[in-house]
Write a protein that binds this ligand. Structure first.
Ligand SMILES: Cc1ncc(COP(=O)(O)O)c(C=O)c1O
Length: 389
């Protein structure tokens, strides 16, 4: 059997693989703490569940328009117009089966085989695979800084990059580009004319003051060149409902909409009604409670890790991850490190190599305080034993 070249060269999602491995060990009765999770450890807000129940009772269980129900597209356009001081309309907004699917649709609309796409490092695991699937080529900044600069964008564009996927707050580092950095990046985007997909899925989990810095705040006129990705998964603990949003210029949305029409038809009708109420801000109390819990845990995990010898990290300013570098006189293979840490140290983490930064590990603090405290004890003991070297 001959399989398609692009598809058969895809790699599995490392985050899902390590998460599943830790879960399987737990299910087999092993004493494992898992800091692999990429999702809130909270229930979905009641109003969303009630809206879904109502939708089912009212028979809203058939196909919807492919790009999503108009009420939700309108609510998305309104909410993110307010967030970014824009004037988005229904034809700027599309609903898909999770933010991952929104990104895949937008990418498919702009990436032709051989196109180069800039990915700041560290990158979310799925970006390079999504680009490869379309026959595109991922390119990376030359330096090893954790946050991209305008010059990185210029250099990549000079070497032929047509676009960039940008993610701040970043999964896996939790780092955030400052407002000044955004101005520098926005200028380079304007000069080079590249397209940008700004993956803002963690925008509500920002621990600095005010609204998270954004390219469109730095230069609102870039709105036709800069598409936004957002959703309900991380802000409202709705990862399983599979609803994500793309907000872009109407042509980009129209082409992405046709891709969706010929692949998944519409996102789940019931989930769309559940998403509608939270987009209309009917679950803000729950969202803020979760935010406060993550913020507190961020401080807790950073304080505890600060006492661990053998790690160096920047305090995350957003999302629910911390991304320490493992300090060692020898080069570290973090895949082996994480497998050994899981099997011998009882702690599940994700290797930095999955995000393009070998030598680092990703720890999620979307877990209980007790698990955070015990996880750091286990990590410390593992590092002290040093049997990964
Ligand atoms: C950076 C980033 N973008 C997109 C997604 C996908 O979100 P969703 O679950 O809504 O597809 C994730 C999920 O882990 C993520 O971390």
């Amino acid at each position: 059997m001959h399989y398609a070249m692009n598809a058969s060269s895809l790699e599995g999602s490392a985050t899902l693989i390590y998460t599943a491995r830790a879960a399987a060990m737990k299910a087999a009765g092993k004493d494992v703490i898992s800091l692999t999770a990429g999702q809130p450890d909270f229930p979905t807000p009641d109003v969303a569940i009630e809206a879904a129940t109502r939708a089912m009772a009212e028979g809203k269980t058939l196909y919807t328009p492919s790009m999503g129900i108009s009420e939700l597209r309108e609510a998305v356009a309104d909410r993110w117009s307010e967030v970014h001081g824009q004037n988005y309309k229904v034809d700027n907004a599309m609903v898909s089966c999770g933010a991952k699917h929104s990104i895949a649709n937008l990418l498919e609309a702009v990436v032709s085989p051989g196109d180069r796409v800039l990915l700041p490092k560290p990158y979310w695991v799925s970006y390079p695979q999504m680009i490869r699937r379309l026959g595109g080529i991922s390119v990376y900044p030359v330096g090893d800084g954790m946050l991209i600069t305008g010059d990185d964008v210029r250099r990549a564009a000079e070497e032929g990059a047509k676009g960039m996927i940008f993610n701040s707050p970043c999964n896996p580092s939790g780092l955030v580009n400052t407002a000044d950095m955004m101005k520098d990046i926005a200028l380079a985007i304007r000069e080079t004319g590249i397209w940008v997909i700004s993956d803002d899925i963690y925008e509500d989990l920002y621990y600095g003051t005010g609204q998270v810095p954004h390219i469109l705040t730095a230069d609102p006129d870039l709105k036709d060149q800069v598409a936004l990705i957002t959703g309900v998964s991380k802000s409202y603990a709705m990862t399983g409902w599979r609803i994500g949003f793309a907000i872009a210029n109407p042509d980009w949305i129209r082409i992405a909409g046709r891709i969706q029409a010929h692949t998944t038809s519409n996102p789940c009708s019931i989930s769309q009604y559940a998403a509608l109420v939270v987009v209309r801000r009917e679950a803000e109390e729950e969202r803020i409670d979760m935010y406060n819990a993550f913020r507190r845990r961020r401080d807790m995990v950073c304080d505890l890790l600060g006492n661990v010898q053998g790690l160096a990290f920047d305090k995350p300013e957003g999302a629910f991850y911390v991304f320490p570098k493992v300090l060692s006189d020898k080069e570290i293979n973090t895949e082996k490190f994480c497998i050994s840490l899981l099997e011998n140290g009882g702690l599940g983490t994700i290797p930095g190599s999955a995000f393009g930064n070998e030598g680092y590990i990703r720890l999620s603090f979307a877990v209980s305080d007790d698990d955070i405290a015990e996880a750091v004890i286990r990590l410390n003991a593992f590092l002290e034993r040093g049997d990964f070297k």
